[in-house]
Design a protein around this ligand. Structure first.
Ligand code: HEM
Length: 371
C-alpha cells in the first residue's frame, strides 16, 4: 500500500488524468461506431480495454494500445475470467463447502486455469522489467518499486517482497477491478437508454457546471448532485458484488445470535440494497431517493457496493472516479437511446460471482450542440 501511495495511488490528479485518457479513447471508438454501424453499440465489452488500462497504468505507469499483443493476451485472460466468473458464482456462492466436495462438478478447475494464465502473463512482464533493469536505479512505478524491494529484501527472510506476492497483488488489482467497474458502467448506460429524461437532467447539470468543452472533473462532483444520485442508484440496483464470504475466527455474539468459531458466513449486500423497509420501493430505478429538498445527497452511507471495514474495496477511490468521469464525459459527447431493431435492453442479470447483465444493444448519437 505504501508503495502504491508513493507512486500516485490515491493521488486524485494522476488517477484522473489516466482515466480521462481512457474515457476519451473509448469516446473516440464510439465515434467510429457511429460512422460504421449507424451508432448501434453492444456495451458488453465496450469498457474492458479502458478499465484494464486505468488499473494497469496506475500499477505500471504504462498503457497498452488496443492492438498491442500484450493487451490482446491480457484481454484473452479477462475474457476467460468473465466466462468463468459465472461458473465461480451461482451455486458455489451460496454453498462454498461444495468446492471441497465436488470442485470438478462446479468446473472450478476452469477458474484455476484462468488464474494460471494470468500468473503466466504477469511472470512474463516481471521478467521483462528485470531484464530492462531500470528499477535498480530509479524505480518509477509500483512494479519497479516492488522489484527493487525484492532485491533489497533479505533472501533468507524476504517478508512480503516476493515475486509471488507481486503477482498476487497485480492479479487482485485486475481481477477485482475490471469486471466490477465494467458491469457498473454497462448497467449505467442501460439506465441512460431506459430513462432519457434522467439523461437530459444529468446533461443539463454537466453543461451548467463544466460547459460544453471542458472535461468533467471529480473535484466538482459535489456541484452535480443529480449525477451523483444517479450513480448511487446504479450502484444500489446493480450490486455487482452481491455476496462476500467471511469466516468467524472466535465465538462471536451479534444481535440475538451467537456465531460459533469457524462458521462460514456470507454477507448479503444485495439484501441491504433491496431492503423494502428502508428504501420503500427498492425495485424501482429512482435516483431522487438520494436527494433531499435542498438537492443535497442523503442515504449514501446505505450503499454497500464497496463493502465496509478492513476488507472493503481497496480500489473504491479509483472506481468512484472512473464511474463518474466515464458517465459524465460520455454524456458530454453522446446521447443514448433504446435500439428498437435489435436486442431489447433487459435489466435481467446473469448469476455469478460478479452479477452481469444479459447482452443488449443501444443506439448512440453524437450530441447536437445547436439544440
Ligand atoms: C464498481 C467497481 C467496484 C466494485 C463494486 C467493487 C466491490 C468490491 C467489494 C464489495 C469488495 C469486498 C469484497 C468482500 O467484502 O470481501 C472489493 C474488494 C476489493 N477490490 Fe473492489 N470493487 C470495484 C472496483 C475495484 C477496483 C477499480 C480495484 C482496483 C484498482 C478493486 C480492487 C479490490 C481489491 C484488491 C479488493 C480486495 C480487498 C481486500 O480483500 O483487502 N476494486 N471490491
Amino acid at each position: 500500500m505504501k508503495q502504491l501511495h508513493e507512486y500516485g495511488y490515491g493521488n486524485r490528479e494522476q488517477t484522473e488524468s489516466f482515466i480521462n485518457r481512457e474515457v476519451q479513447e473509448t469516446c473516440d471508438y464510439i465515434d467510429t461506431l457511429i460512422d460504421t454501424q449507424d451508432g448501434v453499440i453492444v456495451p458488453e465489452f465496450l469498457f474492458n480495454v479502458a478499465n484494464v488500462n486505468v488499473v494497469w497504468g496506475l500499477a505500471s505507469g504504462t498503457r497498452f494500445n488496443h492492438k498491442d499483443p500484450k493487451m490482446l493476451k491480457l484481454m484473452d485472460c479477462v475474457m476467460d475470467l468473465i466466462r468463468y466468473s459465472e461458473l465461480a458464482g451461482g451455486i458455489q456462492s451460496a454453498y462454498p463447502f461444495m468446492l471441497d466436495w465436488c470442485p470438478g462438478l462446479l468446473q472450478f478447475p476452469k477458474v484455476q486455469e484462468v488464474n494460471r494464465k494470468f500468473q503466466a502473463f504477469f511472470r512474463e512482464i516481471i521478467q521483462e522489467y528485470r531484464q530492462a533493469g531500470a528499477f535498480r536505479f530509479s524505480p518509477k512505478n509500483f512494479i519497479e518499486i516492488f522489484l527493487q524491494r525484492i532485491d533489497i529484501a533479505n533472501k533468507d527472510n524476504p517478508g512480503i517482497f516476493t515475486d509471488e506476492n507481486l503477482i498476487a497483488v497485480l492479479y487482485d488489482f485486475l481481477a477485482g477491478s475490471i469486471l466490477t467497474t465494467a458491469e457498473t458502467l454497462i448497467y449505467a448506460v442501460l439506465q441512460f437508454a431506459l430513462h432519457p429524461e434522467m439523461q437530459e437532467r444529468m446533461r443539463n447539470e454537466i453543461d451548467t457546471v463544466f460547459g460544453k468543452s471542458r472535461l468533467s472533473s471529480v473535484s466538482e462532483k459535489q456541484r452535480t448532485p443529480f449525477c451523483t444520485a444517479f450513480i448511487l442508484e446504479v450502484l444500489r440496483l446493480s450490486t455487482v458484488v452481491p455476496l462476500a464470504p467471511r469466516k468467524v475466527y472466535k465465538d462471536t455474539s451479534f444481535g440475538d445470535y451467537i456465531i460459533p468459531k469457524d462458521t462460514n458466513l456470507l454477507i448479503n449486500y444485495y439484501s441491504i440494497h433491496m431492503d423494502k423497509e428502508f428504501w420503500g420501493d427498492p425495485e424501482n430505478f429512482r435516483p431522487d431517493r438520494f436527494l433531499n429538498e435542498e438537492s443535497s445527497i442523503i442515504n449514501s452511507d446505505h450503499i454497500m457496493s464497496f463493502s465496509a471495514g478492513k476488507r472493503s474495496c481497496f480500489g473504491e477511490p479509483i472506481a468512484q472516479a472512473n464511474i463518474y468521469l466515464f458517465l459524465t464525459q460520455l454524456l458530454q459527447r453522446f446521447t443514448f437511446r433504446r435500439d428498437a431493431d435489435n436486442t431489447p435492453p433487459s435489466a435481467e442479470f446473469k448469476p455469478g460471482l460478479i452479477v452481469r447483465l444479459q447482452p443488449f444493444s443501444l443506439l448512440v448519437k453524437r450530441r447536437d450542440y445547436n439544440k
